[in-house]
Design a protein around this ligand. Sequence first.
Ligand code: SF4
Length: 404
Amino acid sequence: MYEIKTTKLLKNVMKDYFSSFMSARKIAWCTSVGPAELLRSFGFEVYFPENHGALLGATRQAGDFIPSTVALGYSGDICSYLTSDIGAYLNKKTPLAEHYGLNGIPKPDLIVYNTNQCREVQDWFTWFAREFKCPAVGIFPPRHVEEAGEAEIKDVAAQFKAIIPSCEEASGKKFDIDHFRETLLMSKEATLLWKEVLATSKNTPAPLSFFDGTIHMGPIVVLRGTQAAKDYYTALLAELREKISSEKGFLEKEKSRIYWDGMPIWGKLRTLSELFVQNNSAVVASTYCNSWVFDAFDENDPFVSSAKAYTEIFINRSENAKMRMLKELSEEFRIDGMIFHNAKTCFNNSNANFGLPLRFYRETGIPVLVVEGDLCDLRFFSEGQSITKIETFIEQLESIRVTH
Ligand code: SF4
């Protein structure tokens, strides 16, 4: 049976990360593509509510909690990370208790968000700021940029600098530019390792599927700027390279190679992973896992490079820029078919609403499929119908391969 042994190490890394909150001096909350490095440079332990949302989805508890948030007047159609996370808090429940022995979610001393991904994080994080009577500060970059221009980057870099006084006050520490540079360098090294980890699946047979990637991405999301993340991806990369040399992949024979665009369907990862494997189809690349590759980080220019890296993320780009990026990745990974997951409660991270799939097909000739679903709210995912659609799509890809 195919196995990635480093997964055992991952369990310890995540356990250590969550245990650190029990003895933390100061805790900051941060959005998943927020200024984690800057926060860490002040000595905060950094907690990411989106990671908690994903856990609620993966453990299929989200559906139990969403109604409590809807009862507060929030729509059931908005971000199911937000609705499940607030709902879990209202019900005093968290999978962190069972999995990592925490009494509850870590209590923040400071809440920081970046609306580079969506406005929802502002509403979500300020709800908790009111609840915990805790300061909250935001970074508001321009949205949906073709490329971020010099003036825009300058503005965002100034916003990064503007949160320093709040960080100093909440942490009780003075800002130290050298420490920020070191943290950013460490984050850059980890992110480049993560990029190489993902790139291993350019090989056939591919050693890492998109579904594996959603598990192994934990440290690059929650431990950016730490030695632990660097060490983890060094170990994972070594194992995957070893698999490439011995020609071991998660599929013995790949009959097609697929790109997954959009969010994972957390509560159905295993079902979907098995479905593709049974059909000898390798899901080898994704927009989602690539979202934590930050090439632009430069410790010599930490504010400007952080502003650039975090403003030019995929989710914050124009449709033209997204098209370019998807074309590049599909070429690099030799993709036969593209699946767009249209997540009902996250239009921000769903790219099937403005004609992109059809344009992509017309310009590349690569067949596309749109799957309706959601990140956490499984009421929006019709399993039987989606399986049929995916199996038919894979058959279609195989027949195209044979024809050519
Ligand atoms: S990007 Fe989507 S899933 Fe993520 S926080 Fe925003 S609305 Fe929620």
